[in-house]
Design a protein around this ligand. Structure first.
Ligand SMILES: [Zn+2]
Length: 466
């Protein structure tokens, strides 16, 4: 009989991933009863250590097996924990047979778990009092797996985080990192508790974890349509007061995951880091490791499905912060733009660059493209450029009918700013040297300094530091 399978329950699946990695298993179905005994010994070591008990106090409440007031000594904690774990492991195959476990649906539910053994399960008067019944029906295996979930839990500010994904490889890569951290704690006999890298901003934590996972991955994941979900929760005995929410769910879309994978595999990774690095809110206060605490507009926009095109360049200073190639990856993976459309916009922008260089009205047209507030204005400037292209006796038209309706403005006025941003980006990139020669560009250092000051004025608010 298989003891385990992936369930979709974040606490159980993360526990399964911990058991698998700790016992060198590649599939949940490979987990043996000996593996469970081996993992139980790990719990009996870790969960009695002071820093771990502190974390468990929030994960399983102050009434759990090792945090209850009656378990004051280490011996008592061990005794109580064993008393709970042993019956789970001693259950026979026969007693497991059934299908009413609410987690796996493949075994008989024999244990009524409360939130002292599985976070966020309801109790009377609580928000999570599902089915108006106390506790939830779990089989012994899922109940044991849930006890192992703290092994791969990640601290984010005042919350505890669980990573879940539609791709089990993600869980295993994360579990490997977490278990390595635990083995390090054991080897130096310094138990610093639940994995904590001192991130307090949840989006920053999610992107950091995603990067860690991508870094560890060696094969191509593009085809897997992988998405990530970060559950952040706390499970205090007393319900927290707003705004101390007890659960937050942050989804990293598959398109963003694919984009990050592509960037990592390309030669644009350092440019991407530069773009992200510019997007942290600035603080007047001295903050240690600000990238763990300050909000980042690029991350925020990606999570809200908003465009980050304007983070790739500065219109004010006619500068780009990365190469067209990075923008192309973004357009393909996140905006789902076709290669034909991308290449068409690029070619038109390159032809416009030629006109700007060579025509007496070039600089004026550039400013008009930059300052067009409405679709009609922008279109009129393009038409003037089309005429100037004819005056310059170019071999081919600047914009064909097909370009116009299929590539520049496929949805009419909707999305015209996206096309404008792409044309401007490409103009700034292509004309960079010409801007310098014509004294049309401010040095990047001055620009960054100026924008920093603007951000300080605009964003000194509570959103900065969570
Ligand atoms: Zn189960």
């Amino acid at each position: 009989m298989n003891l385990f399978c992936w369930t979709g329950n974040p606490f159980v699946d993360s526990g399964i991933s911990a058991i698998m990695v700790y016992n060198n298993r590649t599939k949940p179905e490979e987990i043996t009863r000996d593996d469970l005994s081996n993992t139980k010994e790990l719990l009996l070591n870790l969960f009695l250590q002071e820093q771990w008990v502190k974390g468990l106090n929030t994960i399983f409440t102050s009434n759990s097996h090792v945090t209850h007031a009656s378990a004051s000594s280490r011996e008592k904690k061990k005794e109580r924990l064993e008393k709970f774990l042993d019956p789970l492991l001693e259950i026979s195959d026969e007693d497991l047979s059934g299908d009413n476990c609410i987690s796996c649906g493949k075994h008989k539910a024999t244990t009524l778990l409360s939130r002292t053994s599985l976070p966020l399960i309801g109790y009377e008067n609580s928000n999570y009092f599902s089915h108006f019944s106390f506790g939830a029906d779990y089989c012994a295996m899922c109940a044991f797996a849930a006890q192992c979930s703290p092994l791969v839990t990640y601290k984010v500010g005042k919350f505890f985080g669980i990573i879940h994904s539609n791709n089990p490889r993600v869980l295993l890569i994360w579990a490997k990192k977490s278990i390595d951290n635990i083995l390090r704690q054991i080897s130096i006999a310094n138990y610093d508790g639940i994995y904590n890298e001192k991130y307090s901003n949840s989006y920053n934590a999610l992107f950091h974890l995603t990067n860690e996972i991508i870094l560890s991955y060696e094969e191509r994941w593009k085809e897997t349509n992988t998405s990530l979900r970060l559950y952040l929760f706390n499970n205090y005995t007393q319900p927290p007061k707003p705004p101390d929410n007890v659960v937050e769910i942050h989804d990293l879309p598959a398109s963003v995951f694919r984009f990050l994978l592509e960037v990592k595999a390309s030669s644009e990774f350092s440019d991407w880091q530069f773009v992200v690095g510019r997007a942290y809110y600035k603080s007047k206060k001295e903050i240690e490791e600000p990238y763990k605490k300050l909000s980042n507009t690029v991350y925020q926009k990606l999570m809200r499905y908003e465009s980050i095109l304007q983070n790739f360049f500065s219109m004010k200073n006619r500068l780009t912060f990365c190469k067209w190639n990075l923008v192309t990856i973004y357009l393909k993976e996140i905006l789902d733009m076709s290669t034909t459309r991308i290449n068409s916009i690029k070619k038109i922008a390159d032809d416009i660059a030629e006109i700007i260089r060579n025509h007496p009205n070039g600089k004026k047209r550039l400013t008009q493209l930059e300052t067009a507030k409405y679709y009609d204005h922008f279109r009129n400037v393009l038409f003037r450029l089309v005429k100037e292209n004819i005056v310059q006796k170019a071999d081919s038209p600047l914009i064909t009918f097909d370009d116009y309706v299929e590539n520049l403005f496929p949805e009419g006025y909707k999305g015209w700013t996206e096309t404008r941003d792409l044309i401007l980006f490409r103009l700034y990139e292509t004309l960079h040297q010409w801007f310098k020669d014509e004294n049309l560009v401010t040095e990047i250092e001055e620009e960054i300094e100026e924008e920093s000051n603007e951000l300080i004025n605009e964003n000194i608010n509570s959103e900065e530091v969570q």
